[in-house]
Design a binder for this molecule. Structure first.
Ligand SMILES: O=C(O)CCC(=O)C(=O)O
Length: 278
């Protein structure tokens, strides 16, 4: 794949943007993929989803989407661990610089995934959730997600929405409490502060651009009402301080062989992003 020709080679978040992320739990970033990479990753997602490229069945297609309460959604997880094309993306120094602006290094990859909403897919809804609800076997809760648009993401095709400042709310629930039949379940929690500014922010993005959200930020996305697909590539990232907290382990994740409870999560399955000059 060609290098990031159309991406800013020295992209960084400004001090104000870092402050915005800390206060609001999300921030829009710059372009991180070239046109060529966008085309290549779109094709790769389509080929994996349709079975044209071999990929572990339990990590692709419909089966694992139930995790976040929507059995209809096309979702592929653990791409970089099984596909050389996606493995190359995590070597991007642009993404690495941005991630290190927001998180303590060395930043490592926890998981990645692609979510595709087919044209007119009325079921392509991602319920409101916090990512950390599904990751609480590691901590502290300082992980973040880099969400990258592979198609222009708009309100009409089901772009991500976030609730600013929600990463600072104390919400007391576990993944087993969630009613997967109600996409708004978490918004109805009694602990949500009454003065909270609930109106969600739409994260519209041109293809190839990214935004980041904190692992406690409430977010979700609506159906695709357009006649074109909406695809994304999503990197879940850990700061260098992330430790294994418990014995339970999601088998979809990388192996934790050699990572004892209490240890920093690192090793071949959790590669560091490209090193950044300090
Ligand atoms: O791509 C989407 O619509 C949802 C993504 C999401 O929930 C996430 O990145 O955590």
């Amino acid at each position: 794949m060609a290098d990031l020709a159309q991406c800013s080679k020295d992209a960084h978040f400004s001090r104000d943007e870092v402050e915005f992320f800390r206060t609001n739990g999300y921030v829009a970033g710059p372009r991180v993929l070239s046109d060529e990479q966008i085309d290549c990753l779109r094709r790769r997602c389509d080929d994996i989803a349709s079975g044209r490229i071999e990929f572990p069945e339990e990590l692709s297609g419909l089966a694992n989407a139930e995790v976040k309460g929507n059995p209809q959604l096309s979702k592929i997880v653990n791409l970089f661990r099984h596909d050389p094309v996606f493995a190359e993306v995590i070597g991007s120094s642009t993404i690495s610089r941005l991630a290190h602006d927001l998180m303590a290094g060395p930043v490592r990859v926890w998981e990645d995934q692609s979510i595709a909403k087919a044209p007119g897919d009325a079921h392509g809804v991602v319920a409101w959730h916090r990512d950390y609800t599904y990751w609480d076997h590691v901590g502290p809760a300082e992980l973040a997600t880099c969400w990258i648009a592979l198609d222009d993401a708009t309100v009409a095709n089901g772009c991500m929405h976030v609730i600013g400042g929600s990463h600072r709310w104390k919400l007391d629930y576990r993944r087993d409490d969630v009613d997967n039949n109600n996409p708004n379940w978490v918004l109805e929690r009694p602990e949500i502060p009454s003065a909270a500014s609930l109106p969600p922010v739409a994260c519209e993005l041109p293809a190839g651009h990214c935004h980041f959200h904190h692992c406690l930020t409430l977010h979700g996305s609506a159906a695709n009402t357009t006649d074109r697909p909406r695809r994304s590539y999503i990197l879940h990232l850990m700061p260098g301080t992330t430790r294994r907290l418990g014995h339970d382990w999601n088998p979809r994740m990388g192996s934790v062989e050699g990572v004892e409870v209490g240890d920093i999560v690192r090793g071949p399955d959790y590669p560091e992003l490209a090193s950044v000059e300090t």
